[in-house]
Ligand binder design. Structure first.
Ligand code: AP5
Length: 225
């Protein structure tokens, strides 16, 4: 990974978010995407959308996600290959939830080469993650995320953006959360070591107010727009 200098000066950044469930990847990816005009690609949202639409991918993914396990690499790699080939990704993009395994890293590098990604590893203590996930509420229509205590919607139980009734994600139930954390430890945490000697790898303390985390990410990205 050669760093910013290796990129075309006119190219917007490509960003990978690492971090366990509940670290705030989706929150920060959404805000950065809005502020920098980048496309946010959330593999979790794409899979939930496929489930809601009853597509073949959704039917395959649903029972796996319900158990808190990772969906097979080949399905995710194909999904990302198709998504980042679209025109809107020419202006830079944020990968929220991909790659999550070493085979997914290799799949991504086969598409993009190894250079030119900022990698943010968002770190949050385990007890905080559990509190965040148990209080998270989610809009099944526009995918906005809330927390019953720390970022509640204006009207309880209703999305601020599209007035849809908010739900608790099935995989935010405690037993499934524990399985997701175990999957993270076993299969995704090794990616931190893989990326950590790259010049644009940054550990970010995610256990701070979301605005403070965002300000640090903006500073790390600098003028790359
Ligand atoms: P996915 O949807 O990607 O879930 P995840 O990685 O487990 O991440 P989360 O969405 O739970 O958390 P987050 O870090 O985005 O935190 P958020 O910002 O929401 O994946 C779901 C499933 O899909 C996987 O288990 C797997 O089955 C499958 N899948 C997806 N990608 C895959 C892949 N690549 N390979 C294989 N399978 C894949 O924040 C959480 C809560 O905390 C919210 O309530 C939020 O309001 C609050 N919060 C956020 N930031 C702060 C802050 N700074 N302070 C206080 N509260 C905060």
């Amino acid at each position: 990974m050669g760093g910013a200098k290796a990129r075309d000066a006119a190219q917007k950044p490509r960003i990978i978010f690492l971090g366990p469930p509940g670290a705030g990847k989706g929150t920060q990816a959404g805000r950065l995407a809005a502020e920098r005009g980048l496309v946010r690609i959330s593999t979790g949202d794409m899979l939930r959308q496929a489930i809601a639409e009853g597509t073949p991918l959704g039917k395959q993914a649903a029972p796996i996600m319900e158990k808190g396990q990772l969906v097979p690499d080949e399905l995710l790699i194909a999904m990302i290959r198709e998504r980042i080939a679209r025109e809107d990704c020419r202006g830079g993009y944020i990968l929220d939830g991909f790659p999550r395994t070493l085979p997914q890293v290799r799949g991504l590098e086969a598409m993009t080469g190894t250079e030119g990604f900022f990698v943010f590893d968002v770190e949050v203590p385990r007890d905080v993650l559990l509190r965040r996930l148990s209080g998270r509420r989610w809009c099944p229509k526009c995918q906005a995320t809330y927390h019953v205590q720390t970022s509640p919607p204006t009207r309880a139980g209703v999305c601020d953006w599209c007035s849809t009734a908010l739900v608790q994600r099935e995989d935010d139930k405690e037993a499934v959360v524990r399985k997701r954390l175990a999957e993270y430890d076993e299969r995704t945490e090794p990616l931190v070591a893989y990326y950590s000697d790259r010049p644009e790898f940054h550990r970010v303390n995610g256990d701070r107010p979301a605005d403070v985390v965002l300000a640090e990410l903006q500073q790390l990205l600098g003028d790359e727009r």
